[in-house]
Design a protein around this ligand. Sequence first.
Ligand code: TYD
Ligand code: ZN
Length: 423
Amino acid sequence: MSEESRDPARQVEACRVCGGADWQEVVSFGPLPLANSYLDPADSFDDEPRHPLGVVSCRSCRLMSLTHTVDPEVLYRRYFYVTSDSETITRHMRAIAELCVGRFAMPRGGLVVEMGSNTGQQLAAFRDLGMEILGVDPARDLAAIATGSGVETLPDFFSAATAARIAKEYGRARLVLGRHVFAHIDDVGDIVRGVRELLEPEGVFAIEVPYALDMLEHNEFDTIYHEHLSYYAVSTLSTLFERHGMRIVDVERAAVHGGSIIVFAGRDDASWQERPAVAELRRLERVSGFFDDATYTAFAGRVEHIRKTLPPLVRGLVADGLRVAGYGAPAKGNTLLGVCGLGSDDLEFCVDTTDLKQGKLQPGAHIPIHSPAYGAQHPPDVYLLLAWNYAEEILRKERAFLESGGRFIVPVPEPRIVSAEDL
Ligand code: TYD
Ligand code: ZN
């Protein structure tokens, strides 16, 4: 078998939202390793798998899609990503539960089903509000951890077939939730049709996705990695839902993960009135150039600028004898390092709070990952803030590092250095 035919990455053909095939090329980052495939230390990484990574934009519905889709069995069955145990996210999850239950007047005891429920933290927040809960997650180890902690979780991919099985065994759902999973799904039509059947007549489907407008405006190119097949705006999601018997009834912007939207949809025969925020964001998308080729060309130009300026900034500091390390080892950091060609010659180590990542190496860049305690014992002069989506929380937490002369490089929207004086 040739190397090519064994590659589990398939090239995108028709648009998964509208079926169109008129794609505008946006960025192409070449072959990169999977961003969550952290490595055990080894003598050689010659056979580390790499797959093409690039983004195109559909000229009809403006879905931004990866150029290649990696087989989900390869991506998710043995999955290391665990939801960050951060203050920001814990607070956000509680707010989501209150928002859904409050705004849509959900009766206690109603069933909440979450797809991609990870270790069950979000569902536990719904249980605290008196809801029945059920998780679905294909990562078998994580599903077992969640079930073990009292959040029943089916170790499956969510699909129309899974939805039908849940409806039969557990009854219909008042709420189906998907936080930061929708962008990972290829056959989104199947999911929307499945959710429609699973919902009670007045049930709600809530998804949280990174907002494509924020990604474009703030140059968040590192959120592009093989797991994120799609980058959505409200207009694109409206097209999708309407094709499958649902409609958006409300939307909220949220500051997490570089800017996200929480989109609420109901069945097209439900009685929900569309809230003004839906039309407002669709208008914002139109006037900010979301439908124009020029917007994507300009984004690609800004990404290229970061790719050209960040490595010399880091290498200049290293050449001056300073020690540079990475703060956080998020998946997005692996795109950032891969695109910029930064590696273990540039960054001495990375610190990350996730137990499962400590002791491993970053895919592609092969930088060792240590605990924050290690970082505190061997403080570098400068941290490259790979987990920039938690900038506020991290800069607050690392006050002592900054006050003792330490600095951070924040890579997006444009590389800048933050020191104690900037606080
Ligand atoms: P995450 O935001 O989940 O991003 P991605 O989807 O790109 O993986 O990752 C944040 C990472 O940063 C995660 O590995 C935990 C780590 N982290 C720290 O090390 N310290 C911190 O204070 C916070 C908030 C996160
Ligand atoms: Zn399309």
